[in-house]
Design a protein around this ligand. Structure first.
Ligand code: ARG
Length: 458
């Protein structure tokens, strides 16, 4: 079939070229946004007198019909169409005859596709924000249940100092809160309408771009038509925000995987979020967490792909830009998939307080407090550090821990040691006395919980 753009050529391209050129297989998901955009365009054409009011009205009705039929399944996409924009226009013209051909007055697919993508991603960001909040709520719920559950905190994956499991989980709430901030930022800068920039230079028709933007819920319009049609910063910002979000999910995934291992057994994931092995009957594999960790790579890949596509493109529109959609769609789908499974997986996981405590007891995570004890008695920190190190070495050699040595044992290292020492190196006390703002004490954890709760209520 001859293309809608047949003119200077017969519009009869080779089938292979058609297939290569076509984007309908993936941009058809923007059909609602495309039709909504066209309705606003028809209304603007009517309001400005570029089309007669009855014509505009008939176009809107016709578009409504196409939308309803696509929604109900009465109409399906014609994969021979070049893209969703062509498909909708063709279908409209089938229904309305010559009037359908007037819809594309004073616009181009270049501003149309830029518009559709913004409308589409605006909604998807909203959906992602909801999913992030659901995960934050799941983490918060667990954090509240484990405000005082003692676990070893790690640096270099070596047991370091005692913390509460709640404190650890709240760290992820803080990350996700920043992710929401980045998504909100992306939304703000995306809130600019490109429609009316037309092919690249604007138009000689007396259009009303601000009316059209308002009808579509934008707070501003792109002020330079070349920029309006060639800007994909909003896609890149979204992909960056999603990459960082996935990096956070991947870190959480990694911890869940480690914690589920027999070497740790700090948590047990619910049976419905683990899988078995086809040959090893004892296995409960944390596949969901592993997949999320793995899928992080694809989202980074999507960001890199689009950055690379856009690099070096001259102004304004170039067909290369058709590659933008698969990258953002893939990233959006992947992030939604991961967030969707993480919230219930976190909510239903069981913390093994017994194993956390056992690990906390055997790890000398009170060694800093032992040194601090001597400092409080007047010894310079460096000396206190050395003495404490020697005591730890002795415990290691004797297969014991700091809490088990006697006061005499301690006195052999320094006369500053007294009975009050044991209070100071009790691991629970060590956790509780870290009262600095943002620390692991109960009061600080509760303050963090309140802060996240207030944020989520807004
Ligand atoms: N399918 C195209 C895309 O996704 C729409 C814009 C095409 N514009 C053009 N002049 N060929 O980018």
């Amino acid at each position: 079939m001859a293309k809608l753009w047949a003119g200077v050529t017969a519009g009869m391209t080779d089938q292979l070229a058609d297939d290569f050129n076509s984007s309908i297989a993936f941009d058809c998901r923007m059909f609602r946004q495309d039709i909504r955009g066209s309705m606003a365009h028809a209304k603007m054409l009517g309001a400005t007198g570029i089309l007669a009011p009855e014509e505009a009205e008939a176009l809107v009705q016709g578009l409504e019909g196409v939308l309803n039929d696509l929604e109900s399944g009465a109409l399906s996409f014609d994969l021979q169409s070049e893209d969703i924009h062509m498909f909708v226009e063709q279908e409209l013209t089938k229904r309305l005859g010559d009037l359908g051909k007037k819809l594309h007055t004073a616009r181009s697919r270049n501003d149309q596709v830029a518009l559709d993508l913004r409308l589409y991603l605006r909604e998807e960001i909203g959906a992602i924000q909801k999913l992030v909040k659901a995960l934050m709520e799941a983490l918060l719920e667990q954090a509240k249940a484990h405000k005082s559950t003692l676990m070893p905190g790690y640096t270099h994956l070596q047991r370091a100092q005692p913390i509460s499991f709640g404190h650890h989980l709240l760290a992820y709430c803080m990350m996700l809160r920043r992710d929401l901030g980045r998504l909100e930022d992306t939304q703000k800068r995306m809130d600019v309408s490109p429609i009316g920039c037309c092919a690249l230079a604007g138009t000689s028709y007396a259009t009303d771009r601000r009316l059209e933007a308002e009808l579509l819920g934008f707070s501003d319009i792109a002020l330079n038509s070349l920029d309006g049609v060639s800007d994909r910063d909003f896609c890149l910002e979204l992909l960056s925000a999603l990459s960082i979000l996935m990096m956070h999910l991947s870190r959480l995934a990694e911890e869940l995987i480690l914690w589920s291992s027999w070497e740790f057994k700090f948590v047990e994931l619910s049976d419905v979020y683990t899988t078995g092995s086809s040959i090893m009957p004892q296995k409960r594999n944390p596949d969901m967490a592993e997949l999320a960790r793995g899928k992080t790579g694809r989202v980074y890949g999507d960001l890199m792909a689009l950055l690379t596509t856009l690099k070096g493109l001259p102004l304004a529109y170039n067909k290369d830009m058709q590659e933008d959609k698969e990258a953002v769609f893939d990233a959006v789908d992947t992030v939604k998939l991961c967030l969707g499974v993480f919230a219930p997986m976190v909510r239903t996981m069981r913390a093994r307080e017994d194993n956390m405590l056992a690990a906390a007891r055997g790890g000398f995570i009170n060694a800093t407090d032992l040194a601090d004890y001597l400092v409080k008695k007047g010894l310079p920190f460096r000396d206190a550090y050395k003495i404490s190190g020697r005591i730890v070495a002795r415990c290691l050699a004797g297969g014991t821990v700091l809490e088990e040595l006697s006061l005499e044992d301690y006195r052999a290292y320094s006369p500053l040691f007294d009975k009050d020492l044991f209070e100071e190196i009790d691991i629970r006390a060590c956790m509780e006395k870290r009262i600095s703002e943002g620390g692991t004490s109960l009061a600080s954890v509760e303050a963090q919980i309140r802060s996240i709760e207030e944020f989520l209520e807004k």
